[in-house]
Design a binder for this molecule. Structure first.
Ligand code: GLN
Length: 204
């Protein structure tokens, strides 16, 4: 049997511990990532929710930004909320730097203030029941490029998207007990394992 994939969670700030727990429940080995050296042997990565401005400061100070961009342009990555903001092609309200890899435009804090955070259930393209979506000072995806597949929406706006090896959610799937979103990402990681990683168990 193949080894479970090793999936990093950027652990600078935000709710990375909840993502690590959700990954473990979804058949992956979670690794908390704080340095660029740790990226080298990962099969995938989650950029969690939190404050994207704070994460950016840390990424730029520690020279992690460029290494992270390299990783995210070749390996499967799932950005949630602030993590989706980091992945986006363009960020508004206000404009800020991003990795620029996911072909979406996001508006930060577009659904109101902290006190307006909300939980909604919506149809999605994932198998099964409606998807529970927890929004906390969430960004809104206001434009998507042609290669972006929309898996769920809030009103008319995408809340869960996929583009090649990248996934992004404007809500917090790690804060519910429904593991369908993390499992979809783990499946994406498994489908994109590098040949070395794939063959490693057979050499043991
Ligand atoms: N409002 C945060 C930001 O702009 C995102 C909030 C979240 O990740 N829950 O970065």
């Amino acid at each position: 049997m193949k080894k479970p994939p090793r999936i990093g969670v950027l652990a600078i700030q935000g709710d990375y511990a909840a993502h690590a727990a959700a990954l473990a429940e979804s058949g992956a080995i979670p690794i908390e990532v704080r340095t660029h050296e740790q990226l080298s042997d990962l099969d995938g990565l989650i950029l969690p929710g939190g404050e994207s401005t704070t994460m950016l400061k840390f990424l730029e100070r520690g020279h992690l930004f460029d290494e992270l961009r390299k990783f995210c342009s070749t390996r499967p990555v799932f950005g949630t909320c602030a993590g989706a903001i980091l992945l986006a092609r363009e960020v508004r309200n206000p404009a800020q730097r991003s990795l620029g890899l996911l072909d979406v435009v996001v508006e930060r804090n577009a659904y109101g203030r902290q006190i307006d955070s909300s939980i909604l259930f919506s149809e999605s393209k994932l198998p099964g029941e409606k998807l529970e979506m927890v929004f906390i000072r969430a960004p809104r995806i206001v434009e998507t490029g042609p290669d972006v597949e929309v898996l769920a929406r809030r009103g008319g706006h995408p809340t869960l998207v996929r583009q090649g090896k990248l996934m992004a959610a404007t809500f917090h799937p790690e804060l519910t007990s429904d593991r369908r979103v993390h499992k979809a990402f783990v499946d994406l990681v498994k489908a994109n394992l590098r040949p070395e990683a794939d063959s490693a168990p057979q050499r043991d």
